[in-house]
Design a binder for this molecule. Structure first.
Ligand code: ACM
Length: 559
């Protein structure tokens, strides 16, 4: 009996041991199973939450991981200069963490290739990235496509470097809009050459391709023109500057100014072109011309010596529409064309009060001689004359939407800033347009509650507001939509005095606009996660970004 019971106990013990083992195995299996399902869950999440901005058109997560080595070897047959270009594209997001060596195919981790022949219509900037466990293949048909591919890969490296590996995936991508721009006003405040290059890098980081450089205005002429040295000797300097809010009428009593030499400009144009960015220079006319008229008073309507403007705002001083003025502008534009290869030149055209033209003999005589109806038609005549000159030299003009008033020049593009109406009107006339309505695209506006933000121009354009922008106006009929080239963020600098403040106004709003223009903006809450994943990159690059902007509401709550 005892023996039996002992046997029985033994049996029981053995059984319980067995059950424990099974349970343990099951637990192991369960944990294993959970890990597997969790990791596939992670993969699913990362398909949407990959830290990519602008988000690519298509991402497919595959199984496996590519381990990020200390040294990335690249197989390619590019020249030294192209090799450098690849390196700095990587370095936009990865400050010197990766070393590049030209390598033979057999032990390279990144291979560049051409796309297989076209099956269907493809965008010229189209690219494919295939990440396998042992190698990465990039395919594109243009250098620009390759540039964007490396940018995307660089964002992935930057994010996954700390984790040690990147999930395998396939990305196919191309942009939606052809004008993906940022503007910078360097007249109200001047920013040194080195910062302009940084600014261009910021555009490149987010796959922007157009830098609209606002070079002249009432408060300072910033481009050296050899034929007219006084433009920078006199026009680049103001005796004092407004500080604080406009209504307080306070000044800093200190000479302020600066300009870019033609050598500086050549260097910057080259820098931009290496990053596939076109610089569209803007020379303002017929208004916003105080600095030019201060340098050469004979170009104005009063003939009197005026000052380079010390206040912000709009001034009555305007170019007088006489032969001498047109000769001057054409000579200026000749030098501008020599410096900037851009097909499109911005000729301003905004906010030109007609007060002085109304009483100016030359202006009135010209209205009579040309059979013009009024001063608005005179503005149109002015712009058309400049357009003809630029067209003759193979260039085309773009102007702010006021150039519609009095009749649009035959080949002009229009930049719609006073809402969407100018863009709609020009598209309906079958002219190409760039949409920059203030409510979505003015980055000099507040991006948070004005009570807790540094002083800004006014308005309210939160990051979420930018992200909500639909570039093609709803009112356009289907056949006119093709005239919308894209959009840009405008950075007017009355209240932006330093490079750090430019960064603060631009980051993170540039990322929202970048995704709108790439055509992949959908869900703001998803975008928000991705933007925050870029914060460490910006911190590493010492970019002074606005950490609160992303949490600000679409519209300011009514008080
Ligand atoms: C503009 O904002 N004056 C074009």
């Amino acid at each position: 009996n005892e023996r039996n019971s002992r046997k029985f106990r033994h049996k029981m013990l053995f059984l319980s041991f067995k059950i424990k083992n099974i349970l343990h195995d099951m637990k192991k299996f369960w944990i294993y199973f959970t890990i597997i399902s969790y990791s596939s869950f992670i993969d699913k999440i990362s398909a949407q939450d990959l830290p990519l901005i602008p988000y690519p058109q298509k991402v497919e997560i595959k199984s496996g991981y590519f381990e990020i080595p200390k040294t990335i070897s690249i197989h390619h047959s590019f020249s030294k200069s192209k090799n450098d270009k690849i390196s700095f594209t990587f370095n936009l997001f990865n400050k010197a963490n990766i070393i590049f060596i030209k390598n033979s195919k057999k032990n390279s981790q990144i291979t560049f290739g051409l796309l297989p022949p076209k099956i269907e219509e493809r965008h010229q900037d189209f690219y494919v990235i295939k990440i396998f466990p042992k190698e990465i293949i990039i395919e594109s048909e243009s250098e620009k496509g390759r540039f964007y591919a490396i940018n995307t890969l660089s964002q992935l490296f930057s994010y996954y470097q700390a984790k040690g590996s990147i999930p395998c995936m396939e990305i196919t991508d191309s942009p939606k809009f052809q004008w993906r721009g940022m503007h910078l006003d360097v007249s109200r405040h001047f920013f040194p050459k080195e910062f302009i290059k940084k600014y261009i890098d910021y555009l490149a980081m987010y796959k922007m391709n157009t830098f609209h450089w606002h070079l002249t205005d009432d408060q300072g002429w910033r481009i050296e023109i050899k034929k007219y040295p006084k433009l920078t000797e006199v026009g680049a300097w103001r005796a004092r500057s407004m500080i604080g809010r406009y209504k307080d009428d306070q000044y800093e009593e200190k000479k302020y100014g600066g300009f870019y030499t033609q050598e500086d400009i050549k260097e910057i144009v080259k820098y931009a072109s290496e990053r596939h960015i076109t610089i569209v220079p803007e020379i303002e006319m017929p208004g916003h011309a105080s600095a030019a008229i201060a340098a050469y008073p004979e170009l104005g309507c009063t003939g009197q010596q005026i000052k380079v403007a010390e206040k912000w705002g709009v001034f009555d001083d305007i170019f007088c529409p006489k032969e001498e003025t047109f000769t001057f502008l054409e000579n200026v534009l000749k030098e501008v064309m020599h410096l900037f290869p851009s097909k499109i030149i911005h000729i301003g055209g905004d906010e030109a009060p007609k007060t002085q033209w109304k009483t100016n003999e030359i202006a009135q005589a010209l209205i009579k001689k040309e059979g013009l109806k009024d001063e608005h038609e005179l503005q149109s005549y002015f712009i058309q004359k400049i357009e003809k000159f630029l067209n003759k030299h193979g260039r085309e003009i773009i102007g702010w939407d006021e150039i519609l008033e009095g009749g649009l020049a035959p080949n002009a593009r229009v930049m719609s800033w006073r809402g969407e109406d100018g863009g709609i009107a020009a598209s309906n006339l079958s002219h190409e347009v760039v949409m920059t309505p203030g409510g979505y695209c003015y980055f000099d506006h507040y991006q948070g509650n004005p009570d807790s933000e540094p002083i800004a121009f006014g308005g309210y354009t939160s990051t979420e507001k930018v992200y909500s922008y639909h570039v093609i106006p709803e009112k356009l009929t289907e056949d006119k939509k093709k005239f919308v080239l894209g959009s840009q963020g405008n950075v007017w600098t009355e209240y932006i005095t330093t490079p750090e403040q430019v960064e603060y106004m631009v980051f993170p709003r540039i990322t929202a606009l970048s995704e709108v223009l790439w055509g992949t903006s959908t869900d703001f809450s998803n975008f928000k996660i991705r933007v925050q994943n870029h914060y460490p990159i910006w911190e590493k690059l010492k970019i002074n970004f606005n950490k609160e902007s992303i949490n600000q509401p679409l519209n300011l709550p009514k008080k």
